[in-house]
Design a protein around this ligand. Structure first.
Ligand SMILES: Cc1cc2nc3c(=O)[nH]c(=O)nc-3n(C[C@@H](O)[C@@H](O)[C@H](O)COP(=O)(O)OP(=O)(O)OC[C@H]3O[C@@H](n4cnc5c(N)ncnc54)[C@H](O)[C@@H]3O)c2cc1C
Ligand code: FES
Ligand code: FES
Length: 458
């Protein structure tokens, strides 16, 4: 394969006549470009969905790429294609290939035939004409059918593997020493992990990169360890893997992850990329601030330094990363994950939307009395912030009306968020106050309703 260093999978496909995969937004939002990517995982192919519009083509070497054309043909349609026809689930058809591929990925991974599983699998696909009812019904029906996949043969599985040095300017090191060597030898190269942020510079700002160093093959950066009182998460660990790891460790974090981007974004986006892009509204930094996490930075010469998550940000879109350094691991004290914690995300849409305000809270203590507090917000300043004064105000105090009134005043004086397309400054302040009150209530044992868990009577 010979592909320009920053060419996307979508451009490659369409330039090579595979036009079933569509371009809607070219920013990872609509899902029209969804493809399935299979990798050799312990002797079997595991498929996941990605947005081809923001996937660097070079990243897929050694993987099995399936587009809508590869799912079936007129004589033998994939069960999802059959059900989409049976349920009249396509109108203008522009979004249809993306929906078909997302649903096919559910069928291939033998997802449970439930409405929740289908909704989750479609969290990154938008349709503006058919309506979602028939599409959902198609997915549910397809999941209930008897089906034997013919997608991955044994010979294919054996041919899949990790590849390095794909083109002269696209490096894919497999170990940290090799990564450091690549950074030293290519000082102008940008680091890419999931590409879900970086590739927008190509598709939205029309920039091009002369060289990229891909972190997703670096073994040490893709590991999660729990040892000696710390959870250590490699910077190139994806959200999908975090969901699995935190499944029984933190429900609030799991709930937040399920609100972060879409299935396609979570399959590729990494924790290191979320810190590296230095967005003031990224969802992970407030979590790391309240969990007292430390970030391990490594230089191209192998020099290691640790920095507290609450000191990592210097200003708008600026971090303390030095030239040639990369984020290697995030270290979270296991104890802080065991304390009471809550993460609240408010955004305009439930799925696949950036937060207007993201609030994170950790309280240690018992009997309704807080012995130690951490309170952090995203979307309220030019960097993710910890409210240290308010943390002190709630320690060893009765969480009564009088204190709450003072906390509201203090929040309004400490924070002055901007107004933008997502929310006005005043709205953000009200939401932040409400989040703090809710966290205090829940710490005191008054669990509030979670609208994502509400079930409506039919
Ligand atoms: C449709 C869509 C929805 C989204 N929704 C959300 C959301 O709800 N919440 C949210 O928080 N974010 C959201 N995002 C942003 C999403 O891109 C990040 O959350 C994601 O974590 C970025 O990770 P990545 O691996 O894709 O980073 P990349 O795009 O690969 O990299 C991002 C930046 O970080 C740098 N970088 C990456 N890894 C490292 C490292 N180890 N060391 C140093 N620098 C590094 C890169 O050089 C680049 O500058 C969304 C993005 C899209 C496109
Ligand atoms: S074209 Fe819209 S997500 Fe890729
Ligand atoms: S069928 Fe027209 S956008 Fe979905």
């Amino acid at each position: 394969m010979d592909s320009p260093v920053d060419q996307t999978v979508l451009v490659y496909l369409r330039e090579n006549g595979l036009v079933g995969t569509k371009e809607g937004c070219a920013s990872g939002d609509c899902g029209a470009c969804t493809v399935m990517v299979g990798s050799n995982t312990e002797g079997r192919i595991v498929y996941h969905t990605r947005n081809s519009c923001i996937t660097p083509m070079n990243q897929l070497a050694g993987n099995h790429l399936i587009t809508v054309e590869g799912l079936g043909d007129e004589s033998q349609l994939h069960p999802v294609q059959q059900q989409m026809i049976a349920h009249h689930a396509s109108q203008c058809g522009f979004c249809t290939p993306g929906f078909v591929v997302s649903l096919a990925a559910l069928v291939e991974s033998r997802a449970a035939p439930t409405r929740e599983a289908v909704l989750e699998g479609l969290s990154g696909n938008l349709c503006r004409c058919t309506g979602y009812g028939p599409i959902l019904a198609s997915g549910l029906s397809a999941l209930k059918l008897e089906y034997r996949s013919s997608l991955g043969s044994r010979r294919l599985i054996e041919s899949l593997g990790q590849e390095t040095g794909l083109c002269q300017f696209y490096r894919r090191p497999l170990s940290e020493p090799d990564l450091q060597k690549d950074i030293l030898e290519n000082p102008g190269a940008r680091l890419v992990a999931g590409g879900s942020d970086l590739m927008l510079e190509v598709t939205q700002e029309f920039r091009s990169f002369s060289a990229l160093i891909d972190l997703t093959g670096v073994n040490e950066l893709t590991e999660i360890d729990e040892d000696a009182g710390f959870i250590e998460i490699g910077a190139a660990v994806s959200y999908t893997r975090l969901e699995k790891f935190f499944l029984n460790r933190s429900k609030p974090f799991l709930d937040l992850l399920r609100r972060l981007g879409s299935r396609q974004i979570r399959n590729v986006g990494t924790i290191g990329g979320n810190l590296g892009n230095a967005s003031p509204i990224a969802d992970i930094p407030p979590v790391l601030l309240v969990w007292d996490a430390e970030i391990e930075l490594v230089s191209s010469k192998g020099k290691i330094r640790f920095i507290r998550a609450d000191s990592f940000y210097e200003g708008y879109k600026k971090t303390k990363l030095k030239k040639g350094e990369y984020i290697a691991r995030i270290h979270i004290p296991t104890m802080t994950v065991k304390h009471f914690h809550r993460f609240y995300k408010v955004s305009k849409r439930l799925e696949d939307d950036i937060s207007s305000v993201m609030g994170a809270f950790r309280f240690a203590g018992e009997g309704g009395v807080i012995a130690e507090a951490r309170i952090a917000f995203g979307g309220m300043a030019e960097v993710p912030v910890r409210l240290k004064k308010i943390e002190k105000m709630v320690v060893n105090r009765a969480l009564d009306k009088e204190l709450r009134a003072r906390l509201r005043e203090e929040i309004a004086s400490e924070l002055s968020p901007i107004s933008d397309v997502r929310a006005s400054s005043g709205y953000r302040l009200e939401v932040a106050e409400a989040m703090l009150m809710r966290a205090l209530d829940e710490f005191s044992g008054n669990e509030r309703i979670n609208i994502t868990e509400l079930e409506l009577d039919a």
